[in-house]
Design a protein around this ligand. Structure first.
Ligand SMILES: Nc1ncnc2c1ncn2[C@@H]1O[C@H](COP(=O)(O)OP(=O)(O)OP(=O)(O)O)[C@@H](O)[C@H]1O
Length: 780
């Protein structure tokens, strides 16, 4: 028997033993959980039998309350234990499927024994709960596995650095109790295993990568020192994967202080949200909060305006090049994304401190009860040193007091008596009950009839004023629309003192016209909300301690500044790729990824240059599409070269595309994307081909994507991946503007195993400089 076979046998024996221990832990837990479940069902069904309910006397009321409280505490305690048991059971189930994936033998300096450390997705203790049979991959000692090859090695612990020598590093694939493969590995974790993992079919849900995390990815996952961690990583380098494993790491490392509710991920669209949603549960952790920037804007401005979304904006940018206002709008999108525009708004705010805030009048029953001038003069009568938002609070208090006085006067009016008579039964009953209650506690009851009338009047008044008061509390008396528009007029007048783009007036007109129609353009939404916040008072989310921004190259400097203000207590992990910047507002020299310098000691930057998603052949091709692409490293996984098919007729394009799609399906590719430049192109393709192929059309409203063949616009495909990608039409008609180069690159880099491009007419200029050796030209 060879040395390796002997080792394999020994390792299999250990696996057998671990499986037995997992089984006995499961049995024990089942036993305990079963009892608990019965307890909970019992307490729930007998809840009301076991409490003493008596509302007759005040004393009885107290006793009833205590009794319910006790019973409730008992139930909560049992439910908590049940949840814990359930979680443990799920972890054991997961371990049973695959107990561990790695082993390092570490000889700590000064110690006699060598420790054998086995790593899995969660830890497992022996039967006496004394020694670790499996270490959680996030434990401090586990970082040895990701960071070192056999030889001198060290790891960080909260108590300090531990140094020693790594004597062995081994990697396993274990499934259902059997070692399927075992390798001795070097620094980079098992190319063999990575080959296997990456060679698999793409999935409609992202997978966890804990067993094959690479050293540079581990730096991201375990970073603890930086307030802002910026990761510039090439397409497919594992940014999203590293981000999600980092969330799992933080939840483990700070389990006593941070929970999933304290972590938030901003992602590019809702389909991406569902794509990544299974990774953390797979690792035994609860999902962090997830949102998109657009969803946030909607939640804040959606009740005031029809908000344009970034997808509608990009459709305009890509399609409407012949619109006479096209250039103006594009310049506006860029300018309004900049910190120069934020600075302009800040300047305007200083003038607002002195004059110019606009308020809405307050009407009641068709009559103005407080005029906008009255509000304005009260506001400007307040001490100027008080911030605008604090003065707004004072105005709000003043208005509410004023309303209370008006309420009293109104109570005696005829309309109140009339409305009181028309109250429906339910409302009347409420008043009647109140009357009864008052009589019970109040000895000096006077004429019930008179009292009832008063109460009814009060009820009617309260109900009528409620919406006004609510609106006042929410700052509804501020005329934000007029303030934003006035700011635009003011900026036109003061143009000379700002670095405004040419045609600024035309740009403002564009916004003015839309706002008049109750529509807010995407480029105006963040600035508008920013201005609103400075006036009404900044809203902050102090609960979030770690903010993750994925595809961050597509955020404007203004949006970043806004997010920093919104999450003041949060550390940030910002992940992106400057070569995948597809939105006009982000094509800015102040893009966070444009610089490679760390701006201060709170910021760290990490670069990922190796692409794992695509085969070497695809990476060698896509590298040629972007300047500086030669620095991108491909992982050694081999496949066919990408292909380009040039056709001159639409019919032949469709025929060729159908043949290729069917071939990809026959080869076993489960997720195939036909990527078009725009949504309108997708719609045409879908309509033309849906009778010949089983297709699904993806739009900005799609929440999840399924296996099969999908037709998807380029900008929605970002962040996700497919076994096979077909570029519908990469002709110079479609992709010719320099600003579209990155969009094209993003589309091509979605392919894991196969990339096929079709061109109706001459191919795009982006392909002109690509090394001809890196792709095949197909003849029809
Ligand atoms: N260490 C790793 N082990 C196994 N698979 C990995 C590893 N790193 C990345 N991958 C795989 O590579 C693919 C790309 O990863 P991911 O989507 O995280 O990259 P990305 O940098 O966010 O890509 P993009 O910017 O192009 O959207 C995924 O299939 C992921 O599972």
């Amino acid at each position: 028997m060879t040395e390796l076979n002997k080792d394999l046998e020994k390792e299999q024996l250990r696996v057998d033993n671990v499986m037995k221990q997992i089984d006995s832990k499961i049995k024990l837990l089942e036993h305990n959980t079963g009892g608990l479940k019965k307890d909970i069902i019992g307490i729930r069904s007998e809840f009301w039998e076991d409490v003493t309910v008596n509302f007759d006397e005040a004393d009885d009321l107290g006793e009833t309350f205590t009794s319910i409280k006790q019973q409730n505490e008992l139930l909560s305690e049992r439910e908590r234990s049940h949840r814990q048991f359930y979680q443990q059971m799920k972890n054991l189930d997961r371990l049973k499927h695959s107990p561990y994936f790695g082993r390092v033998d570490f000889h700590e300096n000064g110690e006699r024994e060598v420790d054998q450390i086995y790593l899995g997705i969660s830890s497992l203790m022996d039967e006496n709960d004394e020694n670790f049979i499996i270490y959680d991959w996030r434990a401090p000692i586990s970082s040895l596995y990701y960071d070192y090859a056999p030889g001198p090695a060290k790891y960080d612990t909260p108590e300090g650095i531990i140094e020693g020598n790594m004597e062995l590093k081994r990697q396993f694939i274990i499934r259902d109790g059997w070692i399927k493969s075992m390798f001795e590995t070097g620094v980079t974790i098992g190319d063999e295993i990575l080959q296997e993992v990456l060679g698999n079919q793409a999935n409609t849900q992202m997978k966890s990568i804990v067993s094959t995390i690479q050293k540079e990815q581990n730096q991201i996952i375990r970073n603890e020192k930086s307030k802002i961690l910026i990761v510039q990583g090439v397409a497919g380098s594992g940014k999203t994967s590293a981000a999600l494993q980092r969330v799992a790491y933080l939840l483990y490392r700070y389990r006593n202080t941070i929970s999933a509710d304290n972590i938030m991920l901003f992602s590019p669209n809702s389909m991406f949200n569902s794509y990544v949603a299974t990774v953390l549960p797979e690792l035994g952790e609860e999902n962090m909060k997830q949102t998109t920037f657009q969803a946030y804007l909607e939640s804040r401005l959606g009740n005031q305006y029809r908000l344009e979304d970034p997808f509608t904006q990009i459709e305009y940018v890509l399609n409407d090049i012949n619109d006479p206002l096209y250039k103006i709008r594009l310049t506006a999108i860029k300018y309004k994304a900049s910190l120069d525009y934020k600075n302009l708004i800040d300047q305007y705010l200083t003038t607002l401190s002195e004059e110019g805030l606009v308020f809405k009048k307050i009407d009641f029953r068709g009559k103005t009860i407080i005029s906008s001038e009255q509000i304005q003069s009260y506001f400007y009568s307040l001490e100027k040193s008080i911030t605008i938002s604090n003065r707004i609070n004072l105005v709000s208090e003043w208005l509410l007091k004023k309303l209370s006085k008006i309420e009293k006067v109104e109570r005696t009016k005829d309309w109140v008596i009339e409305e009181a008579q028309l109250l429906d039964r339910e409302d009347y009953l409420k008043v009647y009950n109140k009357l009864q209650k008052d009589n019970r506690f109040n000895e000096n009851t006077f004429d019930d009839y008179e009292r009832e009338e008063q109460l009814l009047a009060k009820f009617v008044i309260k109900r009528s004023f409620r919406p006004i008061k609510k609106a006042i509390k929410a700052g509804g008396f501020i005329n934000m629309k007029a303030i934003y528009l006035n700011m635009l007029h003011w900026s036109i007048e003061k143009g000379a003192i700002f670095r405004l783009p040419d045609c600024w007036k035309e740009m403002c007109d564009l916004t003015l016209n839309r706002i008049e129609e109750q529509e807010l353009l995407y480029e105006d939404a963040t600035p508008y909300l920013y201005l609103q916040e400075q006036i009404e008072g900044k809203r902050t989310d102090t609960l979030i301690r770690h903010l993750f921004i994925d595809e961050a190259q597509d955020y404007s400097p203004f949006q970043f500044a806004f997010l920093k203000q919104l999450f003041p207590n949060s550390r940030m992990t910002v992940l992106g790729d400057i070569n995948q910047t597809i939105y006009t507002h982000a094509m800015n020299e102040s893009n966070i990824f444009a610089s490679e310098e760390e701006s201060d000691e709170q910021e760290s930057r990490i670069k990922l240059m190796r692409s794992y998603r695509s085969t070497k052949q695809i990476v060698e091709f896509t590298k040629g599409l972007i300047p500086g692409g030669e620095k991108i490293e491909a992982f050694n996984r081999y496949g066919e070269k990408p292909t380009l098919t040039e056709v001159s007729q639409l019919e032949s394009l469709h025929e060729a595309l159908i043949v290729r799609t069917e071939k990809l399906q026959d080869e076993g590719n489960e997720t195939i994307a036909i990527i078009c430049k725009t949504a309108s192109e997708c719609k045409d393709v879908y309509e033309a081909l849906c009778e010949r192929l089983t297709l699904k059309l993806v739009t900005s409203k799609t929440r999840e994507f399924d296996k099969g063949v999908i037709v998807i616009p380029s900008y929605l495909a970002k962040g996700i991946e497919f076994d096979g990608v077909i570029i519908y039409d990469c002709s110079s008609n479609r992709y010719n503007q320099e600003s579209e180069r990155k969009l094209f690159y993003t589309a091509c880099t979605r392919a894991m195993h196969e990339l096929h491009m079709f061109s109706l007419g001459e191919k795009s200029p982006f392909l002109q400089n690509v090394d001809r050796e890196t792709y095949e030209i197909m003849t029809q």
